[in-house]
Design a protein around this ligand. Sequence first.
Ligand code: NCD
Length: 326
Amino acid sequence: MRRKDVLDLDDFTVDELNEVLDTTEAMKEVLSRPIKRVPPLRGKTIVNCFFEASTRTRVSFELAAKNLSADVVNISASGSSVEKGESLVDTTRTLQALGADMVVMRHPHAGAPYLVARELDACVINAGDGWHAHPTQALLDLFTVRERLGSIEGRKVVIVGDVLHSRVARSNIWGFATLGAEVVLCGPPTLIPQGIETAVAEGLHRKMGNGVHKEHAAVRVQYDLDKACEDADVLMALRIQKERQAGGLFPSIREYSRLYGLTRERVAKAKFGTLVMHPGPMNEGIEIMPDVAHGPQSVIEDQVANGVAVRMALLYLIAGGQGGKV
Ligand code: NCD
């Protein structure tokens, strides 16, 4: 893989995506060993900068880096010089001067990791920027679907909920569409970005030369969840992002849940063996019912577990795949 930074999946080619997914399989094998530590990143320093709340993404990056024998340092906004008013670029330049080879960054503002990536020689990995992108979540979702269903091309993937505020949805749209899935976005019209189908179609068109599968790559909007569920291979619910809502985008939680909650009845309309996914953290009883979240179709725990292997694969590939055999 020849890139310094991973900021979103919009510029990933089919080959790059497949390279990450194939390498993830090798990393899963490492994770099945009694001693889960391999040497490729020995001597490298990775700084996790999490300027926004996170459990699974932060821990997963930390474990991934440690499993590859890197040195890991964690910083958060509170307790760092950010609190004293230092600019983001200055803080990250300082980290680089202290020896950081890679910076993993989560930030409440869209675009923040792009700014840092432009200024630093160190690699920058976006662990979620505002509403914008969350490429490693999308990679672990792609991996989970490929592992469970054997393929992604031609699959119908329904993403339901607060698409407007979801960086997970945005990165997943690029990932799934690039690999030839049909992505159906579902939710109240106020939570589906206007014109998203055309924007994605244009973005994919630009990538065509890189081998995007023309026949299937498509994004559609379907406001009726019962219809969207028909023949679905994957049902992915998104969290209602209360902290990002100015309010008034849907009438009430109860109505939202009635119209857009994943229930057993809705899952039954999908294909036999459909996968139920959620990036977490879940609002159980709102966007997903507890019996669905913990039911037989749910792969939500696989998603979390695969997150470590996917991030190991990415860190390894970004570091140049050198420094020791996995
Ligand atoms: C998501 C996030 O933070 O973007 N969680 C995650 O990383 N797994 C989704 C969310 O907050 O709803």
